[in-house]
Write a protein that binds this ligand. Structure first.
Ligand code: HEM
Length: 490
């Protein structure tokens, strides 16, 4: 009898758990029917969707999607197919509504002030910090955004382009001997180095390596269950954040004590309070937002570059037209010269290639907001306190918005886009702060790649990486490169 007990106990526990789940499910659905019978006005006009089990909601389905090779967006895709342009669900104990029409995007992004505010899930907010642009309250957001916007001057963008071009040339210079490279890995290295130089003049290899490891841990924890137990993904991310904050604190204090010379970087400008009329920011705001800009700028841009290389490989006609434009530009430029802001504005077809890549990839697939009051979107009632997410990827791939949306066709942008149909960088008060930098990085990379190499993608797999906040190719896009000719290499 005693020998049998260890086998019986787990199976009994399992039966109780099953019974408990079934009971919860039953109570929830009976309550829904009763509510519908006695107060029908409360359920009329509510977006369709399955809120799952009480408290748990559809969190497990969401986590399963994050952990699959289709990526977390698949959770949204499946429900959009089932329920249409507006549906609701429950994740991490909160109601989430997803909307995917240009009209809803306009209604939300146009009237953000007062009705909606940006809101990320709790795990993200804890990892980037409550003073981050991504999470700050309306008043703080305006103040920090004004301060940071002042840093993106023509002079700083021009200097960034020169430095980024140098990095690309150095990196691509080594490819010839390697033959095969993984685009995502290379793009991540270059964008990370460029961002760190621009933000805080950090160039020392060992320090960059340590910081990059910690930033990766923070990013990997962003979609994790916010459980602070040792060894959990979330806890590891928080520890990495602590180290990054420590490093930034040390840098700030060294600069304040004059141990470091003044640098023309963002940190230097933010620490110099009375140099212009821009509002001053606290150390907490500086630290949280330096981390935010690294995260917002590195992964997104590197992912976009990777998708662009893949799309071009799959569309040789587009690549030929693009190469013609870039080669004629390379012929005009003096050898060994670096690209300038003016050069980049002389790339009309390439700019459309960049835009089309961003549309197809939708690196930031949805924008999260919080409803601050009861309202109506897309004919459905939205309640105060609900999370409302703009499903940008669906808009970018909507056949009523874009003709043949799955075709990579940069010339579609010869004509003006419909309002609120191209949202790769968002729009309104929360438009991407680094939009011009990101476009510049993609154009510089494109110019150097197509004028120096021909390439073939080795692994055509389109699966996306698990646990990634931004849409990233799982394979990283390995390519085989061959130099076009030696004499056009600057
Ligand atoms: C291809 C690359 C990039 C893409 C696709 C992208 C996309 C976006 C999108 C869609 C938003 C707005 C989301 C919303 O409304 O909820 C955003 C915000 C932001 N981005 Fe980017 N981004 C890119 C590169 C960069 C770079 C290089 C920086 C570096 C400075 C940056 C910094 C930011 C910041 C700070 C915000 C928050 C702005 C605010 O809330 O006021 N991004 N980005």
């Amino acid at each position: 009898m005693q020998l049998l007990l260890p086998d019986v106990v787990p199976s009994l526990c399992f039966s109780y758990i099953l019974l408990y789940v079934a009971l919860l499910w039953l109570i929830y659905h009976v309550a829904k029917i009763i509510l519908w019978l006695i107060r029908p006005e409360l359920t009329v006009g509510i977006p369709p969707g399955n809120r799952g089990l009480p408290w748990v909601g559809e969190t497990l389905h969401f986590m399963a999607a994050i952990n699959s090779s289709k990526g977390f967006y698949d959770f949204v895709r499946i429900r959009r197919l089932r329920y249409g342009n507006c549906f609701k669900t429950n994740i991490f104990g909160e109601t989430h509504v997803f909307v995917s029409s240009t009209e809803s995007a306009k209604a939300i992004l146009n009237t953000e002030m007062g009705k909606f505010t940006k809101r990320y899930i709790r795990s993200i907010a804890e990892l980037v910090g409550d003073q981050s642009l991504l999470c700050a309250s309306y008043h703080h957001h305006r103040l920090i955004r004004t301060r940071l916007l002042n840093l993106f001057t023509t002079a700083s963008v021009s200097s960034f382009i020169r430095h980024f071009d140098q990095l690309v040339l150095k990196t691509l210079g080594c490819w010839e001997h390697r033959g095969t490279v993984v685009v995502l890995d290379e793009a991540l290295k270059i964008t990370f180095k460029a961002m760190c130089k621009m933000l805080m003049n950090l160039e020392e290899e060992h320090e960059l390596e340590m910081l990059e490891k910690d930033v990766t841990l923070v990013c990997e924890a962003m979609l994790a269950f916010p459980l602070k137990l040792p060894c959990t993904r979330f806890h590891t991310g928080l520890q990495a954040r602590k180290r990054i904050m420590g490093k930034l604190e040390k840098m700030i204090s060294e600069r304040r004590r004059g141990l470091e010379t003044y640098h023309e970087d963002f940190l230097g400008h933010l620490l110099t309070e009375d140099c212009d009329e821009a509002p001053s920011v606290t150390d907490e705001q500086i630290k949280d937002n330096i981390l935010t800009m690294i995260i917002a700028g590195e992964d997104t841009t590197a992912s976009a570059i990777t998708w662009m290389v893949k799309y071009l490989d799959e569309n040789q006609e587009v690549l030929d037209t693009l190469r013609d434009e870039q080669l004629s530009l390379a012929e005009k430029a003096s050898p060994k010269s670096l690209l300038t802001l003016e050069d980049l504005s002389d790339m009309p077809y390439s700019s459309k290639v960049v835009k089309e890549s961003l549309r197809m990839a939708s690196v930031v697939p949805w924008f999260p907001r919080l409803a601050l009051q009861d309202c109506e979107i897309h004919g459905y009632k939205i309640k105060k306190g609900w999370n409302i997410n703009i499903d940008v990827r669906s808009i970018h791939l909507d056949p009523t918005v874009y003709n043949e949306p799955n075709k990579f066709n940069p010339s579609r942008f010869d004509d003006e886009s419909k309002p609120y149909s191209f949202l790769a960088f968002g729009t309104g008060a929360r438009t991407c702060l680094g939009m011009n930098l990101a476009r510049a990085m993609m154009l510089v990379f494109l110019h150097r790649l197509v004028t120096i190499y021909k390439w073939k993608v080795i692994d055509p797999d389109s699966s996306v990486e698990k646990w990634a906040l931004f849409s990233r190719l799982k394979s990283g896009c390995p390519i085989h490169v061959t130099p076009i000719t030696q004499d056009i290499t600057p």
